[in-house]
Ligand binder design. Structure first.
Ligand code: 3PG
Ligand code: MG
Length: 399
C-alpha cells in the first residue's frame, strides 16, 4: 500500500472516491452542511499542487431507479469550485463517452466532477464491469470516502483490483479517520469512556459489546437508556422502549459487571407530557417516570455524574446524543456533555466524536474545534467500532 503524502502526482490523473453525500435543503437544494466537502479539500489540493489532475466521484442520496434530478451532483459544482479556488468541470454521467473525453482532456491542476455513481444500480451491487469502466478514467485510485467505507460498492471497494499496488491509496481524510479511530480502539489511554446515545439499543448493541472489551466506563444516554431502566424493573412511563431488547439490555449490564466496566445510566431525566417543543416539562428519576410522561433529556444529577466521569478520562469516544437536542427544551444534556468533552480535551484527553447526530450537536453548540477529532462517518464509524473490517479500507489495505 502506498502512502499518499509520499506520492508525487505530477502529470497523473487521480480518480478520487469522495463522500460528497451532503445534506441539501429540500426546496432550494442549497448545501446545508458542507463538512464532508471541506474534509476532502486537503487531499484534492495536494494532488493539484503536485501538478496532477483530479477526477472526483461520489454518490448523493439514495436514488432508486436511475438518474433523479434531485440527486444530481451538479448542485455541488459551484460550492466545490469556491472551496478549491478553481473551476470545476462536470460530466453528466459517471461512465460513457462524455466522462472518458473530459477525463482524457484534463490538464494538470484541473478538476472534473462526475455525476452521481448511484444513478447506476451496478454501483451498489459492486458490479465488476462497472467498476472497471470507472477505473479507466484515472491513472491512480485514491479512496478518501470514509463515510462510505462500510459499503462494498463498485467505486469504494471493487474498483481497487483494477489498479496495481502502487497506484491505489487512501487520501488524507481516510488516513486521518483511520488513525484517530485506531487510537481509540487499539491505543486508548485509560481511563477510557465511551459515551453512547441515540434512540435505539438495537443500533448500538454491537458497539457496546466491542467497547466492553476496551473501555473503562460506558455512559448511556438518549432514548436507549430507558430500555435499560425497564430491563432493571424501573417505571419509564411512555418513554422510548424496545420491548424485544429488554433481555439484551440486561445481558449487557451483566457482562459489563463481570468485566469490571462501569456502566453509567442517567439517574434523572427531563420528562415531558408529549414529544414536542411546547410540551409541559418536569424532572424525574429515570426509573420512576409517571404514566403519560416520557424522558426526553438527561437531568442535572446525570449531567453532574457524566461530567465527572468525562473529566477523569484520557480517551473519550462519543456516538449519539443524550436527548432530543433538536428541540430547545431538551438540548441541555447534550450541550453539557459536549462542553465536558471539550474541557477534558483541553486538559489533554483524546476525544473522537462521530455519528451524524452527535456531530450535528458539537457543531450546533460550537464545540467542533474543541474536540480532538470529528469523524465524517456515521454508519462507517459505528461499524468500525463494532470491530468490523470496512470493505473500503480492506480493498486497499489487503492488496
Ligand atoms: C452516509 O451518509 O451514511 C454515507 O454517505 C453512506 O450512504 P448510505 O448510507 O446511503 O450508503
Ligand atoms: Mg448511512
Amino acid at each position: 500500500m502506498s502512502k499518499f503524502s509520499d506520492h508525487n502526482f505530477a502529470n497523473e490523473k487521480a480518480l478520487i472516491r469522495v463522500d460528497f453525500n451532503v445534506p441539501l435543503d429540500k426546496k432550494t437544494f442549497e448545501i446545508t452542511d458542507d463538512t464532508r466537502m471541506r474534509a476532502a479539500v486537503p487531499t484534492i489540493k495536494k494532488i493539484l499542487n503536485d501538478g496532477g489532475s483530479v477526477i472526483l466521484m461520489s454518490h448523493l442520496g439514495r436514488p432508486k431507479e436511475g438518474p433523479e434530478e434531485k440527486y444530481s451532483l451538479k448542485r455541488l459544482i459551484k460550492h466545490l469550485g469556491e472551496l478549491l479556488g478553481t473551476e470545476v468541470q462536470f460530466a453528466n454521467d459517471c461512465i460513457g463517452q462524455e466522462a472518458i473525453d473530459k477525463a482524457a482532456a484534463l490538464k494538470p491542476g484541473q478538476v472534473l466532477l462526475l455525476e452521481n455513481l448511484r444513478f447506476y444500480k451496478q454501483e451498489e451491487k459492486g458490479d465488476e464491469v462497472f467498476a472497471e469502466k470507472l477505473s479507466k478514467l484515472g491513472d491512480i485510485y485514491v479512496n478518501d470516502a470514509f463515510g462510505t467505507a462500510h459499503r462494498a460498492h463498485a467505486s469504494t471497494a471493487v474498483i481497487a483490483k483494477f489498479f496495481p499496488a502502487d497506484k491505489k491509496m487512501f487520501g488524507l481524510l481516510m488516513e486521518g479517520e483511520v488513525a484517530s479511530a485506531e487510537k481509540v480502539l487499539h491505543q486508548a489511554q485509560k481511563p477510557f469512556v465511551a459515551i453512547i446515545g441515540g434512540a435505539k439499543v438495537s443500533d448500538k448493541i454491537l458497539i457496546i459489546e466491542n467497547l466492553l472489551e476496551r473501555a473503562t466506563d460506558i455512559i448511556i444516554g438518549g432514548g436507549m437508556a430507558y430500555t435499560f431502566f425497564k430491563a432493571e424493573g424501573g417505571k419509564i412511563g411512555s418513554s422510548l422502549c424496545e420491548e424485544d431488547r429488554l433481555d439484551t439490555a440486561k445481558e449487557l449490564l451483566e457482562k459489563a459487571a463481570s468485566k469490571g466496566v462501569c456502566i453509567h445510566l442517567p439517574a434523572d431525566s427531563i420528562i415531558a407530557n408529549k414529544f414536542s417543543d411546547d410540551a409541559e416539562t418536569s424532572g424525574s428519576l429515570s426509573n420512576d417516570i409517571p404514566d403519560g410522561w416520557m424522558g426526553l433529556d438527561i437531568g442535572q444529577m446525570a449531567i453532574d455524574t457524566f461530567t465527572k466521569v468525562i473529566n477523569n478520562s484520557k480517551t473519550i469516544l462519543w456516538n449519539g446524543p443524550m436527548g432530543v437536542f433538536e428541540m430547545e427544551k431538551f438540548q441541555r444534556g447534550t450541550k453539557c456533555i459536549a462542553k465536558a468533552v471539550a474541557e477534558a480535551t483541553q486538559k489533554g484527553a483524546f476525544s473522537l466524536v462521530g455519528g451524524g447526530d452527535s456531530v450535528a450537536a458539537v457543531n450546533q453548540f460550537g464545540y467542533a474545534d474543541k474536540v480532538s477529532y470529528v469523524s465524517t462517518g456515521g454508519g462507517a464509524m459505528l461499524e468500525y467500532f463494532e470491530g468490523k473490517e470496512l470493505p473500503g479500507i480492506a480493498a486497499i489495505k489487503n492488496s
